[in-house]
Design a protein around this ligand. Structure first.
Ligand code: GAP
Length: 589
């Protein structure tokens, strides 16, 4: 990525080259919805295929699912989405715009008023300049700030800025002061980033899209578009256990659309209202079952080798294992390790049922943001569905049953006391612990889950940001030149190879080039281009990130070789079709 890739430049390239369009653009667009054009959908399919290959096809312990988007509304009651899946939202009393309360400060920085103030603050706080802005540009950019509307309030703000510049070093602090110059110190108030008006108190806003199933539009028929793919996996868990040859530990994976009525969709496709998720729910034994089977539970303190899963792994190692698996995949699709980070949520940030959660974060041009998450979600989801549906989510574990059958009563009593004490120390209910142990001693339990959850659109945006490059070059005659190039990994590149005939008007060369093209397009996404100078054809492919361009020329007719031009080095090599195929397959494997 070039330093500070400009989102506007990237957005316009994506539109110009058919990667991403604003949905329903001919009608003015619809906020938070995006369409993927010819190259965009190829790339998205490549990302999904790479995920599926890595998470399902090449593993013996994961199976797939393709469930419906609309499910029984009770699913969302059980999962907690109906009561808690909400964002705090506030409204501007003046311009009536809605926004997420926790994003007001960021929205301000993106807007005209924020940008003007940031410029004014560049050389330090200058009260006179800020007052000048209030009397001039601010009348258009944030007309409802009190200091913009009222001369006495502006005087008050002016003195505060002059007397205590150290308190007003940020755009948000100055804006807050100008919105309420008489509010005094430490006020948490931040005005509407669009107009400077007063904001309402934050109120929870449920993010699920509602719809009606059937012809009668009443409360009984309300259903929801799924806000995550994960819940379908939990709801289908008993069917999959009953019909597939799976046993814990194993996973169920799904790729599909999810919908969230985001209050403030922003940053291009990063936070959309319709998006695709790639989720795995990987079911593991509770640590207590591992201990009964193996006599011990391995944890991260034992410094385990994470390459091959082991029977004595506890949840902590499984969680770390999936973090490492996901990082390897992200590197594989083209994000270098140096460009993303692991953020381990702090205990007070975790959901009450979660034991750990890692966010993989990427430095987008608009800030460090979550790319995907890997959560250790205990047995929460399956337990909730068992409670609400009345259907058992327990599995029977032969190995566990065999291990328990070797224990005498004293050993069981000791194990019970130890486990109950451990549960109580972790703030859990003693009665529940005893019930859990009753089942466990019969070889039954509700599996725990590790959930790697990734967004296709967000991954694609990160790959686009990372790949984008503008290069200054010198051509063969020593003249200045430039190119835009997307340095995609061949795995995700929408077009793998472009084929050009050197000339159009020599049938032997042209037909040979078509032959090479037809051969390749049966195997990979290939592109035919016969228009314009070869240099211009290269540039067109660079802009969509095609790793290789083949030019068929007169020599091809003699010895079967053609030139293969490498996108990144721009170097050219002659090779045969077989040699090229080997090179390409190695890169794509
Ligand atoms: N089942 C867990 C779950 O859904 P999440 O953190 O809410 O967790 C997982 O979402 C991933 O889905 C995120 O890391 C992100 O990649 C993607 N995602 C979530 N909301 C999104 C949105 N509004 N637009 C685009 N991608 C989104």
């Amino acid at each position: 990525m070039i330093a500070n890739t400009n989102m506007d430049t990237l957005t316009s390239l994506c539109k110009r080259r058919g990667f991403i369009f604003h949905s329903s653009e001919i009608y003015g667009g619809i906020n938070g919805f995006w369409d993927y054009g010819p190259f965009g959908c190829e790339m998205k399919n490549n990302i999904k295929k790479a995920w599926w290959d890595s998470m399902v096809r090449t593993r013996e312990d994961v199976v797939g699912l393709d469930a419906t988007i609309i499910m029984h509304p009770s699913v969302w009651k059980a999962s907690g989405h109906l009561s808690t899946f909400s964002d705090p939202m506030c409204t501007c009393r003046s311009c009536k715009k809605l926004m997420r309360a926790d994003q007001v400060g960021d929205i301000l920085l993106d807007g005209d008023a924020g940008k003007s103030l940031a410029e004014l603050l560049q050389g330090g706080v200058d009260a006179a300049k800020i007052a000048g802005w209030c009397k001039g540009k601010a009348k258009g950019q944030a007309p409802n700030l009190i200091a913009v509307q009222n001369a006495d309030a502006l005087t008050l703000a002016f003195h505060a800025l002059q007397d205590h510049p150290e308190k007003f070093a940020t755009v948000q602090a100055v804006y807050t002061l100008l919105a309420k110059p008489d509010a005094g110190e430490g006020t948490p108030y931040l005005a509407c980033p669009y107009c400077g008006g007063e904001l309402t108190e934050p109120r929870p806003f449920n993010l699920m899209f509602k719809t009606v199933v059937g012809p009668v539009d009443n409360a009984e028929n309300v259903a929801y578009l799924r806000p995550e793919t994960a819940q379908a996996i939990f709801a289908e868990f008993p069917n999959i256990v009953a019909t597939s040859r799976v046993s814990v530990p194993f996973g169920i994976a799904q790729i599909g659309k999810s919908f969230r009525n985001e209050v403030t969709p922003r940053n291009y496709t990063f936070r959309s209202r319709e998006f695709e998720q790639m989720e795995l729910e990987f079911f593991i034994r509770p640590d207590e079952a591992v201990e009964l089977i193996c006599g011990h539970v391995r944890t991260m303190k034992d410094n385990p080798d994470l390459s091959t899963p082991q029977t004595d792994w506890g949840w902590e190692i499984w969680h770390k294992y999936w973090v490492e698996q996901r990082k390897a995949w992200i590197r594989r699709v083209g994000l270098p390790e140096a460009d993303f980070t692991e953020y381990w949520q702090k205990p007070d940030e975790l959901a009450h049922y979660a034991r750990a959660c890692v966010d993989i974060e990427y430095q987008f041009p608009f800030g460090l943001q979550e790319l995907e998450g890997i959560a250790a979600r205990s047995d929460y989801d399956l337990s909730q569905h068992q409670l609400h549906s009345g259907k058992s989510m327990e599995v029977f574990d032969e190995e566990l049953k065999a291990a328990v059958s070797k224990m005498d009563d004293a050993a069981k009593a000791a194990f019970t006391e130890k486990t109950v004490a451990d549960w109580v120390a972790r703030g859990k209910d003693e009665e529940k612990a005893r019930k859990f142990l009753d089942s466990l001693f019969q070889g039954r339990y509700i599996p725990h889950v590790i959930e790697p959850s990734s967004g296709v659109d967000r991954m694609m945006l990160a790959l686009l940001c990372n790949a984008y490059d503008e290069q200054k070059l010198t051509d063969s005659k020593g003249k200045d030149d430039s190119r835009i190039v997307l340095h995609f990994s061949p795995v995700v590149a929408p077009v793998k190879v472009a084929v050009f005939p050197l000339v159009k008007n020599k049938p032997e060369v042209y037909n040979k080039a078509r032959e090479v093209f037809e051969y390749l397009r049966k195997r990979v996404a290939a592109f035919w281009d016969e228009g314009g100078a070869i240099g211009r054809r290269y540039r067109r492919q660079d802009e969509i990130g095609t790793p290789w361009c083949i030019t068929v020329d007169f020599q091809t007719l003699e010895d079967g070789t053609f030139t293969v031009r490498d996108r990144d080095s721009m170097g050219q090599e002659r090779m045969t079709l077989q040699q090229f195929r080997d090179k390409m397959e190695e890169a794509l494997l």
